[in-house]
Design a protein around this ligand. Structure first.
Ligand SMILES: [Zn+2]
Length: 565
């Protein structure tokens, strides 16, 4: 039988899914990048993934496989090694003695088919699946395999020993769980970090319990357990992380923190590692910071419509005074501050940013890592910065009266000050600043704008479905009792790890300080501030949330979770 190779691009043109011009454009973009054509066409928005699948199923007669509905036997992981599955984005779905059913994102990739055939010694029956489903299935099938192997080896090495195995100090900062010849403790830690990275986690928690150490990851704001490490190996894991972050491994009774840059799949990540002694042992939290987050833009943080216009005006019109970002923990205040910094930074201004911790690195910005332990406090750093001729000063967080006072005084003496305050609303932020001792006249003179916000999970676009709201939900969002508004939810699919949500979006309330508001703050009278606030023109947070629900971007449950009842 002679093999005839068709190329994906030609097939799509023939099928009418793309034009010859689009194909040539895409091929030019692909050149030298190593990206797969199918993935590129989808990412660039040239075709939808469903069109690609339709074209391939009708033209080639390959079957589509919904990986979320099939049970993949565990032995598939032994038939096809993980590195090949990852390299070609293919998933072994089932096998007989002579055949292997292989889910592929590009069933025309003959190199992949040849290699899988050679390795498994079976004829490959290609099937088609989506990129997200393949990624998730690979993670599920092989996910904890490296970790489990490392755990077994560590247990073997440990038998007969009483002290934790402390890996040698040799630095291995390329995180790759398949790395041969490295100590199992290093491979286990690498596979934990890689798992967190692959699932887009912001943090990894390693929590000692009575009989095992639980590994949880935070994705889109919520924690989920992904792995358990046997108690006797806990010490080695913690030691490895301490070595990576250059902490004192013999000190187990005091909290420590440090950081390390690692490379995972060619992307550099900054890991902030901290320890805390608990009754069951040391708890470690790893924060994963990506270097170039696309989140830092007005669109990226979720500003739209009227709010985007207000935001842009506030930032463009303000060259001195203070702009405050307010909201609870995890409300996206810091991303908003970074967005403003990105908009204002420029070679003609001296922009200094005091942060704890520094979450992203930015050029043209002088970023200072605050370290209260070594005595570099927000207040102290702020005083030093003021001696260095700043134009714009970003203060990561106002936590105390001294910092608040210096920041507000800087704002009335010709500087633009950006800061965040951990309170629930614009009104409570005024109360807080007055409570911690900022003089009403200083605050009134300094203030230009207050941005209150919440972060809501986005409904997964792959599995979004409409639903009819209940009477209580309508009332909660301030909708009339009767009406034909439609709400949405995510049914759960592979792309969102069956959570129904993927990514997050901000809800905002952008308030520009008016003369009446300023007057009320000046008088230092709380009820007067509340009255002035009620008369200020802005879109209330709840209105923004309602729009997001009606547009099918988030759910009413998310609004209730983030805003409260
Ligand atoms: Zn989904």
């Amino acid at each position: 039988m002679t093999k005839k190779y068709i190329r994906l691009g030609d097939l799509l043109v023939k099928y009418g899914a793309i034009t010859q011009d689009q194909l040539e454009q895409a091929l030019a973009m692909q050149k030298g990048t190593g990206r797969r054509l199918g993935a590129l066409l989808i990412e660039e928005g040239i075709i939808h993934e469903n069109q690609l699948i339709d074209a391939l199923t009708t033209q080639l007669g390959v079957e589509y496989v919904d990986l979320s509905k099939v049970e993949i036997p565990a032995e598939m992981a032994r038939i096809l090694p993980k590195n090949i599955a990852k390299k070609y984005m293919v998933v072994p779905v089932n096998a007989t003695r002579s055949e292997l059913f292989l889910a592929m994102t590009d069933p025309l990739n003959f190199v992949a088919v040849e290699e899988v055939t050679a390795v498994t010694r079976r004829r490959v029956v290609p099937m088609i699946t989506t990129e997200a489903a393949a990624q998730h299935a690979i993670q599920e099938l092989y996910g904890s395999q490296g970790a489990n192997r490392a755990i077994e080896e560590m247990r073997f090495e440990l038998s007969g020993q009483t002290e934790p195995l402390v890996p040698a100090a040799a630095e291995n900062l390329v995180v790759d769980e398949e790395e041969k010849g490295t100590a199992p403790a290093i491979r286990l830690v690498n596979s934990i970090i890689e798992r967190g990275y692959a699932e887009r986690a912001s943090d990894i928690h390693l929590e000692p319990g009575e009989d095992h150490m639980s590994i949880r990851i935070r994705v889109d704001g919520l924690l989920r357990e992904v792995m358990a490490v046997p108690k006797e190996l806990e010490g080695s894991v913690v030691s490895r992380l301490k070595i990576m972050a250059r902490m004192d491994i013999s000190q187990r009774n005091l909290p420590q923190d440090g950081h390390v840059n690692v490379t995972i799949r060619r992307e550099t990540l900054d890991l902030r590692i901290s320890t805390l002694p608990t009754v069951y042992g040391e708890k470690v939290v790893i924060r994963l910071l990506r270097k170039n987050p696309e989140l830092i833009s007005m669109e990226g943080i979720g500003l739209q419509g009227e709010n985007m216009r207000r935001f842009r005006e506030l930032i463009n019109d303000t060259r001195e005074g203070a702009i405050l970002m307010v909201g609870p923990t995890g409300s996206g205040k810091t991303s908003t501050m970074y967005t403003i910094i990105e908009m204002l930074k420029d070679e003609t201004v001296n922009l200094v940013s005091l942060e704890d911790p520094v979450e992203f690195y930015m050029d043209q910005v002088c970023q200072v890592q605050i370290n209260e332990r070594t005595g570099l406090t927000f207040a102290g750093a702020l005083r030093s910065v003021l001696r260095q001729d700043p134009d714009i000063i970003a203060v990561g967080e106002i936590r105390d009266g001294e910092t608040a006072d210096i920041a507000m005084r800087a704002a009335i003496t010709g500087h633009l000050v950006l800061s965040t305050i951990h309170t629930n609303s614009a009104l409570s932020s005024m109360g807080r600043l007055l409570d911690i001792g900022v003089e009403p006249y200083v605050l009134a003179g300094a203030l230009r704008g207050i941005i209150s916000q919440r972060l809501l999970r986005r409904i997964c676009p792959q599995c979004r479905e409409s639903r009819t709201p209940t009477a209580q939900e309508r009332e909660y969002l301030g909708l009339p009792a009767e009406g034909d508004e439609v709400f949405y939810r995510g049914a759960g699919c592979d792309a969102c790890f069956h959570s129904g949500y993927r990514g997050r979006v901000g809800a905002f309330e952008i308030l520009r300080v008016t003369p009446a508001f300023r007057q009320a703050v000046y008088a230092g009278d709380r009820s007067g501030i509340a009255d002035a606030l009620a008369e200020t023109e802005f879109t209330p947070l709840m209105d923004n949330c309602r729009d997001l629900v009606l547009q099918g971007i988030t759910t009413v449950d998310e609004v209730q979770r983030a805003v409260g009842r």
